[in-house]
Design a protein around this ligand. Sequence first.
Ligand code: DGJ
Length: 570
Amino acid sequence: MRMKLISVVLAALVATLVAVPLHAQVEERPIPHLVKKDGRFALFVDDAPYLMLGAQVHNSSSWPSSLPKVWPAMEFLHVNTVEMPIYWEQFEPKQGQFDYSMIDRLLSEARQHQVHLVLLWFATWKNGSQHYMPEWMKLDLARYPHMLDRNGQAVDSPSPHSADSLEADKTAFTAFMRHLKETDPQRTVLMVQVENEAGAWGSVRDFSPAAQKLFEAPVPPELLAAMHVKAASASPNWQQAFGPDADEYFHAWSVAKYIGQVAAAGKAVYPLPMYANAALRDPIKPGAAGQPGAPGNYESGGPTDNVLAIWKVAAPALDLLAPDDYQNDPAAYLKVLQLYHRDDNALFVPETGGPDNARFFFSALGLQTIGFSPFGMDYTHRAADRSTNQADDSRPQEEFLIPWAINYKLIGPMQREIARLNFEGKLQAAAEEQGKTTQILPFGSWNAVVSFGAARNNRGAGNPKPTGRALVALLNDNEFLVTGYFCRVDFRPAGTEQQRKSQHIVEGSEQNPSALIDGKWQHRQFLRVEEGAYENGIFKPIRILNGDETDWGLDFSSEPVVLRVTLDVY
Ligand code: DGJ
């Protein structure tokens, strides 16, 4: 009798365990979200600012066969977040039948490797085309049409005016988001990218009859208001409102409206932060409509810098618009960061690359980026020379990864502190620019002086290659966190706000940075320079630097070194 009772109780217990979904046993964490305060943004993860130290895998690496080659590279890079695609064709091989196996696999492996994920919804658009649409859609062109160009020819790009394509995308995306909601209470996934580099290469816009009808109709009033259009008529059509930019603006509106609806449908079931990424136009010399550099030479309709305002009105469900920054000209690279760091847009760099661009992670930090992510950072490809993208077996893959890996090796252990200091507006950073050997980071009564290739005389000559990067943050009055690579950092007294306004400040040229302020010399004195590291949010010093290590300023080479510096004047 007693045995029978025990087995009944056991059976009931097992039945309960089986009936309770697995995630019910996992602590449910707060949903990641974007917060804006005092004009600055932060991504909140577990209710505190978080910095995504990311890397994106190659396009075809989100398959079980590729994952073993992904994780060692991610470890080498010291990432805390991996960007991985979800392929619509894999997810919905037959209409209405969803295959969740790959999502489950990514969640489980990411958790094993203790990283977060940003999932990329490769669906209606991937680099301007519909190549990731499921086969059942590709074979039904009447229902899921391509765009038509001016001559009525089909373009290798989906029409944003197809109600059926939109419905299919919304349905699939919602199923994907619902599954995430149900299976990810621990919030392994931090954000979702909706589509990938949407827009069109082959035509400035859709010229199908449906599109043409809309193009000739009045521009939506909310867009006229946002763009401050002053037209002769109260309800101008696109040509009347926007003249030479009409085609591109129309396409941006159409693509953004479509993606905004996909994002809104997904957010309605699970409100993770969402964004769209942009294939950029030349940020410095974009070219007027119809000229070299005009749409056609870049992807038209995506969130390029000239149409961000259109995207903001058309797709409010997107939390941010993000640049894929591959610019090889440093001035262009930095300009892109500035263009996407706006009062209405948090900076996030979801893709980057280029042989010498790793140092610009620091420039992005200086603009309060919430994350940064070089592209194609796994071992599923042979080592490639990133300047030519040619396979190069003569050099180990690590050689290409090291410039990126050192960033995260340094910042990783204190990413929470860095994210918080940035959110509080206390952090500034800089990367070396060719021919610019010194940069000043102003912190009220102190100027942090960053120099590259500096010798004993404190004059920077620049590094042989521009690799320098520096970060300075205010911890307390006269107390700073200082770190970087291949640079020297020192501090020069900058007087009070009133003294700075009066401009009676002359910089000295002695060994220790000094300034003649209102007729009185003030020289920088290091009261204490501690080398250490953050552990659970607390700076733990390991030694006090003095002598050769501080006599000429604070030098940073290829070793990850973090300093807490207390200053005074004499
Ligand atoms: C940008 C795209 O967004 C990525 O998916 C990938 O195609 C890279 N370009 C290739 O460099």
